[in-house]
Design a protein around this ligand. Structure first.
Ligand SMILES: Nc1ncnc2c1ncn2[C@@H]1O[C@H](COP(=O)(O)OP(=O)(O)O)[C@@H](O)[C@H]1O
Ligand SMILES: [Mg+2]
Length: 316
């Protein structure tokens, strides 16, 4: 067996990794921080010098689209260089027929992906809190799936309890099923992996028993549902106050501040985003090797992680 695990996989059993690395930010629960994470992840990747495209699938709220519109306006007069991604926003289908709308939205999404998948290194997709055909499709395209969860033990407990009792499916259990189904499809279609990272968001700075329990539950569920838990972001004013001007904590906002320094909370926000990006373990091209090789290294690393997790988990 030992020798077998060291054997390289045959080419036919490997996914085609020549395209952009797709990061889908999703969770069927509303208001958990999907758009906030999409914004920060895209800006962090742009600042690291990657070619980034963003797609807003939330045709109702269009938060990501509004953020980039704000950022675009700011860029016109900004005293520093403001990075912008190639952004595509899906329009809402205007028909009274739900099926027609689904077809229109599906076509628009397929076109948006086709436009960017070969010319960008990363595609970041922000999604609405809903379950639809389009959402399922978006999930099955994800290389990295980022799901923000608010730091509430009740949420996680429901996630766990409901998962075991299939007769009482709640929002999050349904969502876990959606991800597991997307994973199965993905494996069948191109042998690809969906690396599912659950990110705690809006954590309180006060250390509490509750936070410890949330952490413990996520660690336990990680093996069962096969995701990776990540530390995530604390609840901080800076994560919401810069939205109207299209900026994030990563932008050189200290230049606009009196004294030119950041507050302790602002510098912590920056560190949290940096740590989050590290935790996502995304493919990073480096000196002497490009995007394709980075994607392959990412695949090996993540496949190994899930293989090892499979030895202890329930084997989804
Ligand atoms: N880490 C955070 N700190 C402070 N406010 C946050 C944080 N994350 C999200 N928010 C705020 O919570 C609300 C919901 O976040 P949003 O990103 O729009 O969630 P979703 O896209 O999942 O609906 C927004 O008002 C946002 O500014
Ligand atoms: Mg949103």
């Amino acid at each position: 067996m030992g020798a077998r695990t060291k054997m390289p996989e045959p080419e036919s059993e490997r996914p085609d990794l020549r395209t952009a690395h797709v990061i889908v930010v999703a969770n069927e629960k509303g208001g958990t921080g999907k758009s906030t994470l999409s914004i920060n992840i895209s800006i962090a990747l742009l600042k690291a010098g990657f070619r980034v495209a963003t797609i807003d699938l939330d045709t109702r709220q269009r938060t990501l689209t509004r953020f980039f519109e704000n950022r675009h306006s700011w860029a016109l007069t900004a005293p520093w260089e403001v990075e912008l991604p190639f952004h595509a926003a899906l329009d809402r289908g205007s028909s009274t027929d739900v099926r027609d709308n689904e077809t229109t939205e599906f076509g628009a999404f397929a076109a948006a992906i086709a436009d960017v998948e070969h010319s960008y290194e990363f595609v970041v997709i922000d999604t609405p809190a809903s379950d639809s055909y389009l959402m399922r499709l978006a999930h099955s395209l994800a290389d990295t799936l980022v799901s923000p969860v608010n730091d509430s033990f009740i949420d996680v407990d429901v996630f766990s309890r409901v998962h075991h009792d299939k007769t009482q499916r709640g929002q999050v259990a349904q969502y876990a099923d959606l991800v597991l189904e997307a994973r199965r499809k993905r494996k069948l279609v191109d042998q690809g992996i969906i690396d599912w990272v659950i990110v705690r968001n809006r954590m309180s700075s006060i250390h509490s028993n509750n936070a410890k329990q949330v952490n413990a539950s996520l660690t336990r569920l990680a093996t069962e549902l096969r995701f990776r838990p990540a530390e995530g972001l604390h609840d901080r004013v800076i994560f919401r106050e810069l939205f109207p001007i299209g900026l994030t904590a990563l932008d050189p906002i200290e230049e606009a501040m009196r004294g030119g320094t950041l507050s302790a909370s602002q510098s912590s926000a920056r560190k949290e985003i940096d740590t989050l990006i590290d935790t996502l373990r995304l493919p990073e091209r480096g000196r002497g090797f490009g995007h394709l090789q980075a994607r392959h290294e990412w695949y090996e690393r993540i496949a190994r992680y899930y293989r090892d997790l499979g030895k202890t988990g329930t084997g989804y």
